[in-house]
Write a protein that binds this ligand. Structure first.
Ligand code: IPE
Ligand code: IPE
Ligand code: MG
Length: 235
């Protein structure tokens, strides 16, 4: 089987999964975070090299104060656990998105997580926190414009590579496969630039219930596709 090098996941459905069990949404988020640890190990066992997961969008601040607070609490504990699991599993963790909106202590923990795992050579694990693709592109354009104004970049020589190199995902290959769990079929402002030629896979399984077998099913479907990148397949 051809294993996609980079898999991106919109891990959705934590709230609905919990509700169906008569539990609060925060329980769904906690179980979702736990499942992420398992899926990271499974992904690497399968041979995936890059995994990029959507944990909190720039739009998720619109949720109730209670839910946002409980998510911030969860990110605090998740980040600390992740420092340990990254060490145990040789994972290199990189945060995409704009963490400056988070409390100082969470920003510090996220930096510590990146710093402590930066030399690891196993799974490259990107976590999207306060991430929105439009925000990422806007921040990139702002930096490019500043570099042009300083004379470091020439507007006439800007290329697609210049844009890619200024995104939060600089240096990371584009995803081969995007998975969204829990039935919705939209991008919700995720990796709009990077997903230009990515294969999409949607499943009804809610994130806390998503297993290695579900991941393998997505990869099987990916294998059955005929990727063309605009070219014509030779017969
Ligand atoms: C995904 O689960 C996790 C986050 C967006 C933080 P949801 O919280 O979106 O769960 P549903 O979609 O409401 O079921
Ligand atoms: C997308 O899920 C964001 C994350 C998974 C972090 P949402 O549940 O927030 O997206 P919408 O609101 O259904 O589009
Ligand atoms: Mg959702």
């Amino acid at each position: 089987m051809n294993i996609p090098q980079h898999v991106a996941i919109i891990l959705d459905g934590n709230g609905r999964w919990a509700k169906a069990k008569g539990m609060p949404r925060s329980y769904g988020h906690a179980r979702g975070a736990k499942n992420l640890e398992t899926i990271c190990r499974d992904a690497y066992d399968i041979g995936i090299k890059y995994l990029t997961v959507y944990l909190f969008s720039t739009e998720n601040w619109k949720r109730s104060r209670d839910e946002v607070d409980s998510l911030m609490k969860l990110f605090r504990s998740y980040t600390k656990t992740c420092i340990r699991t990254a060490r145990e599993n040789n994972m290199k963790v990189h945060v995409i998105g704009d963490p400056t909106a988070f409390d100082e202590d969470l920003q510090e923990s996220l930096k510590a997580l990146e710093e402590s795992s930066k030399d690891n050579t196993g799974l490259h694990f990107q976590i999207a926190l306060n991430y929105g693709s439009r925000d990422e592109i806007t921040r990139a354009v702002r930096r490019i414009a500043a570099e042009c104004a300083e004379g470091k970049l020439d507007p006439a020589s800007l290329t697609e590579e210049t844009i890619s190199a200024h995104l939060d995902t600089a240096g990371i290959p584009d995803p081969d496969l995007l998975i969204r769990t829990s039935g919705e079929e939209r991008l919700s402002n995720y990796l709009l630039w990077q997903l230009a030629y990515t294969e999409f896979y949607f499943t009804d399984v809610p994130w806390p219930a998503f297993t290695k077998d579900d991941l393998l099913a997505a990869i099987e479907k990916y294998n059955a596709r005929d990727r063309r990148f605009g070219g014509r397949k030779e017969s």
